[in-house]
Design a protein around this ligand. Structure first.
Ligand code: NDP
Length: 332
C-alpha cells in the first residue's frame, strides 16, 4: 500500500488524518517535535506495528527542516502537510505564527522536490483564514475567494497574524508550483472552524486545541450569561470529515491542482449551546438559559459543492459533531 509522510500527527487535525490513513491501509511516517511525542503516538496505535513510524522535526521553520524526513525506504508516494501554528496566545506574530506557517510550507515543497522524486502529490492544510475577507464579504464564499490581508496588517494586528499566516503560506505554495514546476501536484484544503472528538494525546483540557476550546468552555460552565462570546466565524466542519477530505485528496486523481473549501455549513455559539443541551440535558445547569444568537441575518453564504462532487465528502451534522466532541471532553 502507498506510503504517506504526514506532518503534525501530534495535533488535533493531524491525529484524525493519521487515523483515517491507517483505517484505509496506508503506511505512514509522521513528523513530531520530540521523540516523547512520537512514542506516545506509536503506543496508542500498537496494533498497527510497522505501518506507522515517526521522525523528529523540531521546528518546521528551520532551514532544511524536512530534508531528512522526506527520504525513506520504501520511498513516499504522498505528503500531507498539516503542521502549522494555530495558537490562542503568542509573543511574536512573525516568529511564532507567520514564519513557521510560511517557511514550513515552502520548506516541505522544496524538500520533496529535491529529495523525494517518488512523491506524486502534496496536500497542504490551509484554512478559511486564507479565504475570508471580513471587510468585503462576498455573498458566497468558495474556492475563488482570497483573504487580502497584507504583511504589514498581519504583523501589526494580532488578530490578523493567524489569518495572514495561512493566506501567505497557501499563496506561497501555489506560487512555488507555478515557478518550480515540480514532479508532483498540489492540493490545498481550506477548513473553517474545526470541531470534533479529541484523538491526539492530551494531558488535560487546559492544553486543548484552539478551535475546540469554545465547546470546552461552554461544557465547563464558563459562559452562563445569555450574552455569549462572539462567534466570529459562522462556518464549521467536523474534524472526521476534514480528515477524510485530506485522504480523498490523495486518492482522487481529479483533485490535483485544486483548493477545497471543506465546510459543513453555518454555525453560531448559540447553535453549539443548543446542541450541547439537546445531547446532554444533564449539563443544562452549566449553560446559558436563553442564549442570544449573534448569527447575522445577512450572513455570507458558502459553496462546498467541489468538496462533495470531487472528494465525495458527506458532512456530519452539527448535532452529531457536538455530541461526539462533548463525549470526548467529558472523558478528561
Ligand atoms: P494543533 O495545534 O492541534 O496542531 C498543530 C500541529 O502543528 C501540531 O502537531 C504541532 O506540534 C505542529 N506544529 C505547530 N508549530 C510547529 C512548529 N513550529 N514546528 C513543528 N511542528 C509544529 O492545531 P490543529 O490541529 O487545529 O491545526 C492543524 C492544521 O489545521 C493547521 O495547519 C491549522 O492552521 C489548520 N486549521 C485548523 C483549524 C481548526 O479550527 N482547528 C481551522 C483551519 C485550519 P505540537 O503538537 O508539538 O505542538
Amino acid at each position: 500500500m502507498a506510503k504517506v509522510l504526514l506532518t503534525g500527527g501530534s495535533g488535533f487535525v493531524g491525529a484524525h488524518i493519521l487515523n483515517t490513513l491507517l483505517e484505509r491501509g496506508y503506511s505512514i511516517t509522521t513528523t513530531v517535535r520530540s521523540s516523547a511525542k512520537g512514542d506516545k503516538i506509536l503506543a496508542s496505535h500498537n496494533l498497527h506495528g510497522s505501518k506507522l513510524s515517526y521522525v523528529v522535526v523540531n521546528d518546521i521553520a528551520d532551514e532544511g527542516a524536512f530534508d531528512l524526513a522526506v527520504r525513506s525506504t520504501p520511498s513516499f508516494d504522498y505528503v500531507i502537510h498539516t503542521a502549522s501554528p494555530f495558537p490562542v496566545e503568542f509573543t511574536d506574530p512573525v516568529k511564532d505564527v507567520l514564519t513557521p506557517a510560511i517557511k514550513g510550507t515552502i520548506g516541505i515543497l522544496r524538500a520533496v522536490k529535491s529529495h523525494a522524486p517518488s512523491v506524486k502529490r502534496v496536500v497542504v492544510t490551509s484554512s478559511f483564514a486564507a479565504i475570508v475577507n471580513p471587510a468585503f464579504s462576498p455573498k458566497i464564499y468558495d474556492e475563488t475567494s482570497w483573504n487580502p490581508v497584507t504583511w504589514e496588517q498581519a504583523v501589526a494586528d494580532r488578530s490578523l497574524a493567524y489569518r495572514g499566516s495561512k493566506a501567505f503560506a497557501e499563496k506561497a505554495a501555489w506560487e512555488f508550483m507555478e515557478k518550480e514546476k515540480p514532479g508532483f501536484d498540489l492540493v490545498t484544503i481550506n477548513p473553517p472552524l474545526v470541531y470534533g472528538p479529541v484523538a491526539h494525546h492530551l494531558e488535560s483540557l487546559s492544553g486543548l486545541n484552539t478551535s475546540n476550546q469554545r465547546i470546552r468552555d461552554f461544557v465547563q460552565g464558563k459562559h452562563t450569561g445569555d450574552e455569549l462570546p462572539p462567534t466570529g466565524t459562522f462556518l464549521w466542519v467536523d474534524v472526521r470529515d476534514l480528515a477524510l477530505a485530506h485522504v480523498r485528496a490523495l486518492e482522487v486523481s481529479a483533485a490535483g491542482g485544486h483548493r477545497f473549501f471543506t465546510t459543513a455549513g453555518h454555525c453560531s455559539h448559540k447553535r453549539i449551546v443548543d446542541a450541547i443541551r439537546e445531547s446532554y440535558p444533564e449539563l443544562s445547569y452549566r449553560l446559558p438559559k436563553n442564549p442570544i444568537d449573534d448569527f447575522p441575518e445577512d450572513c455570507y453564504g458558502y459553496d462546498n459543492g467541489k468538496v462533495r462532487d470531487i472528494l465525495g465528502i458527506e458532512f456530519h451534522s452539527l448535532q452529531q459533531a457536538i455530541r461526539d466532541t462533548v463525549a470526548s471532553l467529558l472523558r478528561f
